[in-house]
Ligand binder design. Structure first.
Ligand SMILES: Nc1ncnc2c1ncn2[C@@H]1O[C@H](COP(=O)(O)OP(=O)(O)OP(=O)(O)O)[C@@H](O)[C@H]1O
Ligand SMILES: [Mg+2]
Length: 423
């Protein structure tokens, strides 16, 4: 059973804005944006169903997330328990993708949609809704949100949005947050202080996890631009080592690889120290373009064999798009793993690993160390409201990210959002 803790003032505003005695009850909706774990979803989900049950009977509503799976994980599993605890009857009709909520003679139906699920866009076209709750709205395609909002044709319908911030030119910021008054929306900005159930130690743990633009967005709740150097926390005095620390001989050895024929091909070898830090102990960097000679997959496989030397390598983690090279390495009997390639969650993770000094680089890894000073956000992508690194001086950076994302990613959220729970 869900156990409520005291509500913060902001949560009380979310719970009560639609009540007739509230000055905001005539507005067309509510937007709660801000920090992760700040208590947005939990009070919005509950308030949404209370409002629906108070204002309508026999109507259809939607609860939308990035995918139907994330709606279940982030919204409806706790919500069902809250509603049951508050005396509602809740019946999930799994095959129809909806939940019926009943109290006394009143029943309403809540359809679950995923903004990124192909089928949802088509399904939502056919229904008439009295309300939509968009959980993590900024992670959904704009077209889906517009289509779902356009289905709200029942009189008195309202839209409910919550999300973590993205870049300042993201479509949700421009279309909904900046135009909240024009669109007759109540906008509330949340920070972790608005969640009274978070212990100081949990809050500190989240604060330690993020750095740079991710700290601004997920901890401070700001719509900050991903601008300039991506790894601005990289510091030669902290991250570049001149002598190898004592290694944990029982720890596995990994190679991570970014493959290219005309573009550079990079191999990085990773070993763990007795204190648990992962060190990139050596690099291989070959550029077909710089040298004027392209190598074949077989030649690269030979170079990789030499690079490995006599080491017992647990896995060679390779860029998933390098299908022919992966095949070639398998033919040579190498233990290949395809890399997890989510760019934003990978960059967020590498940033935290650098901040916490959980990864380091031997000074012989010159190209990799050099790229840390050149790897920047793509300004043109930012102007379009997207986050992306500039595709330049990024090959060793991709190999670092593949290692971190594939071997070191814990079950945690990064942006988008982010590592694990969503990210
Ligand atoms: N009043 C409360 N009583 C009990 N638990 C609460 C309360 N408010 C928040 N929580 C708990 O705090 C955690 C974070 O809340 P919630 O998921 O609503 O935050 P969020 O702002 O939606 O976070 P994110 O941006 O990461 O999705 C959840 O485990 C939630 O159950
Ligand atoms: Mg949430």
């Amino acid at each position: 059973m869900f156990e409520w803790k005291p509500f913060s003032d902001k949560q009380i505003r979310v719970l009560s804005w639609w009540l007739p005695r509230s000055p905001h009850h005539k507005l067309d909706g509510i937007i709660c944006d801000g920090s992760i774990r700040s208590g947005k979803t939990v009070c919005m989900g509950f308030s949404y169903v209370l409002w629906a049950m108070h204002s309508f009977d026999g109507c259809n509503f939607a609860i939308a997330g990035k995918t139907v799976g994330s709606v279940r994980r982030n919204v409806t599993s706790d919500l069902t328990s809250m509603l049951t605890g508050a005396g509602f009857k809740v019946r999930e009709l799994v095959s129809r993708g909806c939940i019926d909520v009943t109290r006394g003679a009143v029943t309403n139906r809540f359809y679950l949609f995923g903004g990124k699920d192909e089928s949802s866009a088509a399904l939502i076209q056919g229904v008439t809704l009295a309300g939509v709750l968009f959980d993590e709205a900024a992670l959904m395609p704009k077209s889906f949100v517009e289509q779902a909002a356009a289905r709200c044709s029942v009189k008195g319908a309202k839209l409910w949005f919550n999300c973590n911030p993205e870049g300042p030119t993201h479509w949700f910021k421009r279309e909904w947050i900046d135009k909240a008054a024009e669109k007759r929306m109540l906008r509330l900005h949340f920070t972790m202080e608005d969640n009274l159930s978070l212990s100081p130690s949990t809050r500190e743990r989240y604060e330690r996890m993020y750095t740079g633009v991710f700290y601004d967005r997920f901890i401070l709740g700001r719509w900050s631009a991903a601008d300039g150097l991506i790894y601005d926390m990289f510091d030669r005095s902290r991250h570049v080592l001149h002598s190898l620390p004592a290694l944990d001989e029982r720890a596995p050895v990994y190679i991570s690889c970014d493959y290219g024929t005309l573009n550079p091909c990079v191999f990085l070898m990773w070993k763990r120290t007795v204190s648990g830090r992962w060190i990139c102990v050596k690099e291989y960097y070959y550029s077909g373009r710089e040298s004027g000679i392209q190598k074949t997959d077989e030649e690269y496989a030979g170079d990789l064999g030499q690079f490995i030397g006599g080491e017992a390598v647990r896995s060679v983690i390779v860029d998933p798009s390098a299908a022919s090279f992966i095949e070639c390495l398998r033919r040579h009997g190498l233990p290949v793993m395809t890399a997890k390639n989510d760019v934003m969650s990978g960059i967020g993770l590498v940033s935290s690993l650098l901040k916490e000094e959980r990864i380091g680089f031997m000074d012989c890894c010159e190209r990799t160390v050099g790229e840390f000073g050149m790897y920047i956000w793509d300004k043109k992508a930012a102007d379009r409201g997207e986050d992306a690194p500039l595709k330049q001086n990024d090959h060793a950076m991709d190999a670092v990210r593949y290692f971190a994302n594939t071997v070191l990613a814990p079950g945690r959220k990064v942006g988008t959002s982010i590592i694990g729970r969503v990210i």
